[in-house]
Write a protein that binds this ligand. Structure first.
Ligand code: SF4
Length: 459
């Protein structure tokens, strides 16, 4: 952006568009070419930033971050962007993903004398970059890409540079666009649309882009191996907003295709297809198209029930489902309902929805899930880290059907899923469905692995 631009406000709107990727904390760092200022706190974007907070974040470059934790507690010291001071370098740093060898790297850097203030893997990555050998970001990234194992899409900002980095496996997305006379990096293209920016492309796995007043310089790490590219297929199924384009395909279209494949695999005798809002809707539309059963809205979602509010324990999660959804009795009553959702993780939401539909007068409830059963943990940035949390890791499909009290239940399988995404090769991670990961992993990991008493300031 040029030096007059209100970059903090643009970043605020970008974060707002990407709120679905993390609701625990939000933060923005801005540079005016001489110094970097950061404002970050726990909460949603609109709770963290008031007008006066944005006004002081002046400058020509900014980065922002919404946190969804897969490593480290929801504590104020873990909010990003971090401001990092290394030998001869200062930068602000934001990370999406999860690195599986963070504990070992942290111990190594502690021996070098590095002090850690947080309990997240993100700070380990940041300090590795701060202490990496090399004069350029490409050289630093080459060192870090050799050392880091896992998922990391990064935005880094010095006083005069904006840097974007995508890990060599390309697990989490990162794209670049143009706006006025500047550039924007974002996890998803929907943020570029909201800013009126033009989507240019997704960063390649192993790529580092450095944006300065002179333009964009790109570097691909020489150790990047195309045959190991492993984008997270769960981005297509659930994580990304339906209006984002991933790997060249609109998420809504991929989800519609999944719904169609699901209808071929698991037809149902029903009068009405409904989707669980919001992320089940595109899948349900596809199911309806393929099956010929009419689609209708049967559940209304209160969009203002915050995830953080409903998460603390199981009782609150159960209450949260009732606060979040309300069935349309007039639409449901007397009908055989086919309800389509994107996935079942813990199995908390689905039985409540089936119960709601029955209470609203559904004569039969057929549940169709537009993803395979999640039978393994995720190690790369989705909070499914222990097997005991996963309903499909501990129950057969028929047992799940009983637990959720559905008349019938059907899941998509991996082959039909990949057909819907449009790939038949191994260029995607689907580890949570198959137990086979792009790199070796320890089968269960603790989210609090790096949470140790070390003099960090609490919130
Ligand atoms: S394990 Fe599943 S959720 Fe995790 S990165 Fe792989 S596909 Fe995505």
């Amino acid at each position: 952006m040029d030096r007059e631009s209100d970059v903090a406000r643009a970043t605020f709107f970008g974060l707002h568009a990407l709120q679905h990727r993390g609701q625990e904390s939000a933060g923005i760092a801005a540079s005016n070419g001489r110094r970097i200022k950061v404002h970050a706190d726990n909460g949603l974007v609109t709770q963290v930033f008031r007008e006066e907070d944005l006004k002081v974040l002046t400058g020509h470059i900014a980065i922002g971050h919404n946190r969804y934790s897969t490593k480290g507690a929801t504590r104020k010291y873990n909010v990003q962007p971090y401001l990092i001071n290394g030998p001869g370098i200062e930068f602000a740093f934001g990370h999406n993903g999860n690195v599986i060898n963070a504990g070992e790297l942290r111990r190594e850097m502690q021996e070098w004398g590095v002090t850690f203030r947080t309990s997240s893997d993100s700070e380990v990555i940041a300090h590795l970059f701060a202490n990496a050998p090399g004069q350029t970001w490409g050289e630093r990234a080459a060192y870090c890409m050799r050392r880091l194992k896992g998922a990391y899409s990064l935005v880094i900002m010095t006083n005069n540079e904006l840097v974007g980095i995508r890990d060599p496996l390309g697990i989490r997305p990162l794209c670049i666009g143009r706006v006025n006379n500047g550039y924007v990096l974002a996890s998803e293209s929907c943020a570029l649309d909201n800013l009126g920016a033009t989507f240019e492309r997704e960063l390649d796995p192993g790529e580092t882009v450095v944006i300065t007043e002179d333009g964009v310089q790109s570097d691909i790490w020489s150790g990047t191996d195309r045959s190991t590219h492993s984008m997270c297929v769960f981005e297509h199924i659930y994580i990304a907003r339906p209006d984002s384009t991933l790997a060249g395909k609109l998420a809504h279209r991929a989800r519609q295709a999944m719904g169609r494949e699901l209808a071929k695999m698991h037809p149902a005798e029903g009068d009405l297809v409904i989707g669980v809002p919001d992320s089940g809707i595109s899948h349900a539309v596809g199911y309806s198209e393929e099956s010929g059963i009419p689609y209708g809205e049967g559940l209304v979602k209160n969009r203002y029930v915050q995830r953080t509010f409903i998460q603390p324990d199981q009782a609150m999660r159960n209450l949260g489902v009732r606060l979040k959804f309300n069935p349309l009795r007039d639409v449901i009553e007397g009908k055989r309902i086919v309800v389509v959702d994107d996935s079942i993780v813990r199995g908390t939401t689905t039985p409540r929805i089936v119960e709601m539909l029955r209470k609203a007068g559904a004569t039969e409830v057929h549940v169709r899930i537009s993803a395979p059963p999640i039978t393994s943990t995720c190690h790369f940035g989705v909070d499914m880290s222990t097997l005991d949390q996963l309903i499909a890791a501990n129950n057969s499909i028929d047992e799940i059907r009983e637990l959720i009290d559905a008349d019938t239940l059907g899941f998509l399988d991996v082959d039909h899923l990949m057909r819907a995404v449009g790939v038949q090769d191994d260029s995607y991670c689907r580890g949570c469905f198959t137990g086979r990961y792009p790199i070796p992993v320890q089968l269960e990991m603790s989210k609090m692995e790096l949470e140790e008493p070390m003099g960090v300031e609490g919130d």
